[in-house]
Design a protein around this ligand. Structure first.
Ligand SMILES: [Zn+2]
Ligand SMILES: [Zn+2]
Length: 421
């Protein structure tokens, strides 16, 4: 084959798009119910936006970004995640001026130069929300409730919610030092990446996937014990709200999330159908991000959920029945003479809200009937020599196989009656 899709990307074919649409439409309708409004940001941004917000020493920024210099000599990056662009748009368009909490949602492709493996793609797709303008833990609870509700609504109910607090600029540096102290005796036994993390971003050692690192860091001090009073109160309140909403969770001190901008709440949603390494999605609070990007100090919280991963789990659970949409009516034209009136009939049907299809490959009547069956048509309208001469069409009920003749002028009305009956 001469051309192939780029490594790590997918073609989402017509057999699968109905499933994608179901997932996306469920998300849209839930967001509406929770009071979130859609935002769409560009596919690429200034590279600096991502390095600044996610942190230079995160894997995504240091190894995985699709960064290039455009013809004007600017460094731009295909968005590797959805939060920084939304926050950039929030600041640039002064959404704060609308007052209250800005509750935004998005559906977007993201781009990361990953080693392709199950559930990881170089172009992946995410559903996400960002709620900007309140530091109240009730908002954290709402955001988490929305994510869990979404999975339940698409049919994935056996999930674990993993929760942690990553502290704030007051208490995190203290914890960072405690963690360094703990790791100092065995830092040279850690993987190369963790040795860099030890210097630059020690919290990230905690979510290293390597067995050796996991074992060495198993008894690392618990960040919860280092939280300042404010962070602890926030975490306790969130936990009590989740309890009140009957949302079960486990606290995992090793959950730190990938990016530097997280503060306080961090969470992930894990399905055993995906294997241990892959969360379906996650999120957290980012109280310093708006300011970091150039806005006034404004707290926020959000999540991003992987669409591909949700679809893998739906398939695993046998809930991914992806059937193509059916067509209501087939118009069978027999002979060249019938083509023009058939086209007119098609147009009338479609304009009155009925889906309709015809044959463009000069099939025989038998062949056209087969096609009508394959498309799931309930009715076929036949136009042949006799029908043309008499100004009528033959109408065939594809279920009962009954046929009758109707005036061409009344055909659309008859079809509509049959379909609604
Ligand atoms: Zn704190
Ligand atoms: Zn490691």
């Amino acid at each position: 084959m001469r051309y192939q899709r780029p490594r790590g990307t997918n073609d989402i074919l017509p057999d699968e798009t109905p499933l994608w649409n179901r997932v996306e439409e469920t998300f849209r309708s839930l967001c509406k119910r929770y009071g979130y409004h859609e935002i769409r940001t560009p596919i690429f941004e200034d590279t600096d936006l991502f390095t600044r917000s996610m942190g230079e020493h995160t894997d995504v920024v240091s190894k995985e970004m699709y960064t290039f210099t455009d013809r004007g000599g600017r460094s731009v990056t295909l968005k590797p995640e959805g939060t920084a662009p939304v926050v950039r748009a929030y600041v640039e368009n002064n959404l704060a001026a609308q007052g209250g909490v800005s509750k935004l949602y998005y559906i977007t492709p993201i781009f990361r130069y990953e080693r392709p493996q199950a559930g990881r793609y170089r172009q992946a797709h995410q559903l996400g929300v960002e709620a900007i303008g309140s530091q109240h833990p009730a908002l954290d609870a709402e955001v988490i409730a929305l994510a869990m509700h979404f999975y339940r609504e698409i049919g994935i109910s056996r999930l674990s919610l993993v929760l942690n607090s990553v502290g704030c600029p007051v208490c995190r540096p203290v914890y960072r030092e405690r963690l360094r102290e703990f790791a100092r005796p065995f830092v040279h036994e850690l993987c190369e990446a963790c040795q860099v993390r030890y210097e630059m971003n020690p919290l990230r050692m905690l979510d290293c996937k390597r067995e050796k690192c996991r074992a060495l860091l198993h008894d690392a001090p618990d960040i919860i014990d280092s939280l300042c009073e404010e962070c602890r109160a926030h975490f306790d309140a969130l936990r009590s709200y989740l309890d009140a909403l009957d949302i079960r969770y486990v606290v995992d001190k090793h959950l730190v999330r990938g990016f530097d901008y997280y503060t306080k709440t961090a969470f992930e949603i894990v399905s055993d159908a995906l294997g241990a390494q892959n969360a379906l999605g996650g999120g957290g609070r980012y109280d310093g991000l708006v300011e970091e990007i150039g806005g006034p100090p404004t707290p926020g919280i959000g999540f991003a959920l992987g669409i591909e991963r949700a679809i893998i789990v739906l398939k695993e659970l046998g809930l991914a029945e992806a059937r193509r949409e059916t067509v209501d009516v087939f118009v069978a034209a027999l002979g060249e003479e019938a083509v023009q009136p058939a086209l007119q009939l098609l147009q009338q049907l479609r304009q009155s809200g009925i889906s309709a299809e015809t044959d463009y490959q000069r099939r025989s009547l038998k062949g056209q009937m087969k096609l009508a069956d394959r498309l799931g048509c309930r009715i076929t309208l036949m136009l042949g020599e006799d029908e043309l001469a008499q100004g009528v069409v033959t109408l065939r009920d594809m279920v009962t196989k009954e046929q009758r003749t109707v005036e061409r002028e009344t055909a659309v009305a008859t079809v509509r009656e049959m379909l609604s009956g």
